[in-house]
Ligand binder design. Structure first.
Ligand SMILES: *Cc1c(COP(=O)(O)O)cnc(C)c1O
Length: 396
């Protein structure tokens, strides 16, 4: 029975390899951090994790998680509404709402689930969703699962957003949805203009803060902090898998009736397990840390500026960033792959991106800065970039 399908898959996989799009996984044998050990025995500097605040191996978070293992056990073995709600889950939901200045929060196993389960229960075919063209895959999938009419606007293009809002006027309710930070360029969504247009055309706004929470805004409270719009957006989603500790888990936070309805009808919430208590406990510690000091944000912002400045000075073409994502533009797909491979030999872990992940002729290396990086790490990375840049003749 399987052999025809096996042949089919083998051919598809060969095609993926042929096109140079096959994803090989690199195996890390140490905790996630600035310096990681890989299974070849090499120790490398990591510049491609979402570990923006360096919390993935933070001693205080580890301690909180260990304590929760003793007090609350390992797993919940239930969805929230049957018997999967613990005191730590409720505390974390309240703390996340406090952190973002929202009314209530609902936890999910991942932000992929938060986005997958947010549209379908709230909107139907009488309504319209207006989505940025570069929104995350989980938003695209969530929109697909919903019966609402779909409108798309070019990335951060406010003229196009206005056109789409006009076209959507005949529907009952409208929701504009955007990533807070777009992961390929590191640009922040123009939220003041989005909110203004939403007010003008009677729409609600949703922001996915996955790459911006912990990173953007003076105290890391994301795009709504950056633009002084705390509490002015109906729905925020986010992850505990990036700056917020890097383990697992996601959330939707916002207006209380919206969260209440999601608890009743959101399918990834109703039909999937609760996050483990130890993750909730570490999440609580994370919010506490972020509410008492901005040391990590300050260090991250400083590291980002430092790295960008040095890279520009040696002649790299760097996209302006408003986040901890730094796109080193190489334009040519093959150069981006050769560059990343050479950097790995030099002990620097980064990823080269090219079409179809970014537009044709826009190949690049994406560098992600972290508060875990020390200046010596940044200097080493710049030196390696410079060496390889000279070899490949890409410096200006
Ligand atoms: C990473 C990411 C997600 C998915 O988060 P997980 O918690 O890992 O599922 C969703 N949206 C955006 C914008 C992201 O960058």
């Amino acid at each position: 029975m399987y052999s025809n399908y096996q042949n089919f898959l083998q051919k598809e996989i060969a095609d993926i390899k042929e096109a140079g799009l096959y994803k090989n996984e690199r195996i890390i044998v140490s905790p996630q951090g600035a310096e990681i050990k890989v299974n070849t025995g090499q120790t490398v500097l990591n510049f491609c994790a979402n570990n923006y605040l360096g919390l993935a191996n933070n001693p205080e978070l580890i301690k909180a998680a260990k304590e929760a293992l003793d007090t609350h056990g390992y797993g919940m073995a239930s969805v929230r509404f049957i018997c999967g709600t613990g005191d730590l889950h409720k505390q974390l939901e309240a703390k996340i709402a406090e952190f973002f200045g929202t009314e209530d929060t609902i936890l999910y196993a991942a932000c992929f689930d938060a986005n997958g389960g947010v549209f379908e229960p709230l909107l139907n075919e009488q309504d319209a969703i207006i989505s940025d063209a570069l929104n995350h895959a989980s938003i695209i999938d969530g929109v697909r699962l919903c019966k609402a009419q779909r409108f798309r606007y070019a990335n951060a293009d406010m003229n196009d957003l206005e056109e789409q809002l006009k076209a959507a006027q005949k529907y009952r309710f409208r929701l504009v949805v955007t990533d807070g930070v777009f992961s390929m360029d590191g640009n922040v969504a123009p939220l003041p203009q989005i909110v203004e247009l939403a007010n003008k055309y009677d729409a609600m706004v949703m922001v996915d803060e996955s790459h911006s929470a912990g990173v953007v805004g003076r105290t890391g409270r994301g795009v709504t902090e950056q633009y002084n719009l705390r509490g002015k957006v109906e729905i925020l989603t986010g992850t505990f898998g990036k700056a917020f500790g890097g383990a697992i888990g996601g959330f939707t936070t916002g207006k209380k009736e919206i969260i209440e309805m999601l608890r009743q009808r959101s399918r990834p919430y109703l039909f999937s397990n609760s996050i483990p208590p130890l993750v909730a406990a570490a999440g609580l510690k994370m919010v506490e840390m972020m509410s008492t000091t901005t040391t990590l944000q300050d260090k991250l912002h400083h590291n980002t500026e430092y790295f960008m400045e040095k890279m520009k000075k040696v002649g790299f073409d760097i996209k302006p960033t408003q986040s901890a994502i730094c796109a080193v533009m190489l334009y040519d797909a093959k150069v981006s792959q050769d560059f990343a491979a050479r950097l790995q030999e030099e002990g620097i872990y980064v990823t080269g991106f090219y079409y179809p992940v970014v537009p044709k002729g826009q190949a690049r290396i994406r560098v992600q800065l972290s508060a875990a990086h020390e200046i010596e790490h940044l200097d080493k990375a710049v030196a390696a970039f410079t060496k390889v840049g000279k070899e490949l003749g890409v410096l200006k």
